[in-house]
Design a protein around this ligand. Structure first.
Ligand code: V47
Ligand code: SF4
Length: 363
């Protein structure tokens, strides 16, 4: 029976881990969805957001080699790549097959994440950010997960705060939420034994927020974790958000199994919707829940907009991480495609900037 939880949520009460477990164990997806939708509408009204963005992965060389990751390569392995800064600038300014130049030039954000390169010095990353800023002064640069920031701090010899401040001075505007995976140490060790711990991920984010850098948060679900691990993850994020208020959006990432060492299956649409809805209900101090259309597919993301999500990410243009692991969606949607998707879900499409300021409302 979800009645007690429903009453609690509607009166502004906070869900406990026990409440969250009841929700995950419930099959009453409609009550869950309705409740999450009510909460989402209280926060964002009928608005659902998207952004004109482009993803860039500077390299897939990575010293970590997480077992769920089909994107990364070791040095010399087939399919390994390293972009020069010039190539990055060309991708941001260049023409792309089937797209108009104007559409590309209109992006307001570049999202940069990559592997932990075995040899690039810190200065290369600094130069990358500074050169992008020089060529595209109005473009917001959202770059480097907490895992990458930890690595950059190690290779630079600077502490975390100084690493972040140096990148901020170069032009870093905000950080994406990747690398969080699942915080629970036993599961994390099975997924990515070489990756920084969940506590360290949280510490990097806390310091980023102190440095005035807003970030997102993610959770990779649908592999070997249980509901209790997801709940532990959400509770830790909620606690840090109480302290710093620096997270903008939470993005549950649906595990994709192809070409990974872990293998396993895809998540179900039911689990995707349930996870979005429960995230909305538990993370009462997050303004935004993102249904990442590249991972969820267009139709589940559309449904997610009625199950607690208020954002579907963006135009993306080129996506490698999900597609290396058997992503089932195309890599691109135009702003009009995204607005249509939102409109058909009965929501008001709003093109946003990187801080959720409205740039254009699509009537
Ligand atoms: O950190 C890797 C995940 C993340 C797989 O902040 C996988 O706005 C599923 O964090 N199946 C990178 N997921 C993507 C990411 C992200 C994406 C969109 C928006 C934002 C944002 C952040 O992708 C990695 C890892 O957690 N990942 N392999 C896989 N096989
Ligand atoms: Fe490297 Fe990130 Fe892939 Fe892990 S998920 S292997 S850290 S690129």
């Amino acid at each position: 029976m979800l009645k007690r939880i429903e009453t609690k949520v509607l009166s502004g009460g906070r869900l406990t881990p026990g409440d969250a477990l009841k929700l995950f164990e419930s099959d009453d997806l409609f009550t869950l969805g309705r409740l999450a939708d009510t909460v989402a509408r209280r926060k964002n009204g009928k608005k659902a957001y998207f952004i004109r963005n482009r993803h860039i992965n500077p390299t897939n060389l990575c010293v970590n080699r997480c077992k769920f990751c089909a994107f990364s390569r070791s040095k010399g392995q087939d399919g390994a790549f390293e972009l020069t800064i010039r190539e990055i600038i060309e991708k941001l300014g260049g023409r792309q097959k089937g797209r108009s130049k104007t559409d590309l030039h209109d992006i307001s954000e570049v999202h940069i994440v990559g592997g932990l390169h075995p040899d690039w010095p810190f200065e290369y990353y600094q130069e990358m950010i500074a050169t992008i800023r020089k060529h595209f002064p109005k473009l917001h640069i959202k770059a480097f997960t907490a895992v990458e920031i930890d690595y950059l701090s190690k290779i630079s010899g600077l502490d975390l705060y100084s690493t972040l401040m140096a990148l901020k001075a170069d032009g870093l505007g905000s950080m994406p939420g990747g690398g969080a995976e699942i915080f629970a140490p036993d599961i994390r060790n099975r997924l990515c034994p070489e990756k920084i711990s969940g506590d360290r991920w949280l510490e990097v984010m806390e310091i980023a927020h102190k440095a005035g850098i807003r970030t997102n948060a993610t959770m990779l679900y649908g592999h070997v974790e249980g509901y209790r691990d997801r709940i532990d993850h959400l509770m830790k994020l909620r606690k840090l958000q109480d302290k710093t208020g620096g997270f903008q959006a939470f993005i549950p990432l649906a595990y994709h199994p192809r070409n990974t060492e872990m293998l396993g299956g895809y998540t179900s649409g039911l689990d995707d919707l349930k996870t979005i809805a429960i995230s909305r209900l538990v993370l009462d101090n997050f303004d935004h829940i993102k249904a990442y259309w590249i991972m969820l597919g267009e139709k589940i993301s559309q449904l997610a907009l009625r199950f607690g999500a208020d954002d579907i990410d963006g135009t993306i243009i080129e996506e490698k991480i999900t597609h290396s692991a058997g992503g089932l969606t195309g890599g691109q949607m135009t702003a009009e495609d995204l607005a249509n998707l939102i409109r058909k879900a009965g929501r008001l499409p709003v093109e946003r900037d990187s801080f959720y300021k409205s740039l254009k409302v699509y009537a």
